[in-house]
Design a protein around this ligand. Structure first.
Ligand code: RB5
Length: 153
């Protein structure tokens, strides 16, 4: 069965979302478009939270968000437990976000990437595995808010 991947944007990311949804479908994914569905002005948290909720609840493994800079979407998505939303504006950053940070939400700064680069970034993020190893405990520590281990431990 094809992996379901939710995708969502605000108005600033709308055009690129349409393009990337098509690319995802062509790659064989079951695309769930959570909006926005037109270029009319919207508020990015209204789209980030429902998508992040699905990742937090384990309903889906990963998802894609877009807004103008990628920042607002990442702030909202990263409020959810277990969500690691990474803004990536080059394939290299997308690759490291997977290898080192196990990013389960890709956030694209739609006003700063072309359609071609958007697809490259998306494909790299989709196809790159988490390296684990020394990165494992670092990623685990992300959830450990309020706990700072003593130096040297
Ligand atoms: C919308 O104009 C813009 O502020 C939004 O897409 C995003 O860049 C916020 O972080």
């Amino acid at each position: 069965m094809a992996e379901r991947i939710p995708i969502a944007s605000d108005h600033a990311g709308f055009e690129l979302k349409q393009h990337l949804s098509k690319a995802l479908a062509e790659l064989g994914y079951d695309v769930e478009d959570l909006g926005t569905h037109s270029p009319s002005s919207t508020d990015y948290p209204d789209f980030a939270h429902p998508l992040a909720e699905k990742v937090e609840q384990g309903e889906v493994k990963r998802g894609v968000l877009l807004c103008g800079t990628g920042l607002g979407m990442s702030y909202a998505a990263n409020r959810h437990r277990g969500v690691r939303a990474a803004v990536a504006w080059t394939p290299e950053i997308a690759e490291l976000a997977r290898k080192h940070n196990d990013a389960n939400v890709l956030v694209l700064p739609a006003r700063f990437v072309s359609e071609e680069d958007g697809v490259r970034i998306l494909r790299t993020w989709l196809d790159t595995a988490f390296e684990g190893g020394r990165h494992e405990k670092r990623v685990e520590k992300i959830e450990a808010t309020g706990h700072t281990p003593a130096e040297g431990k």
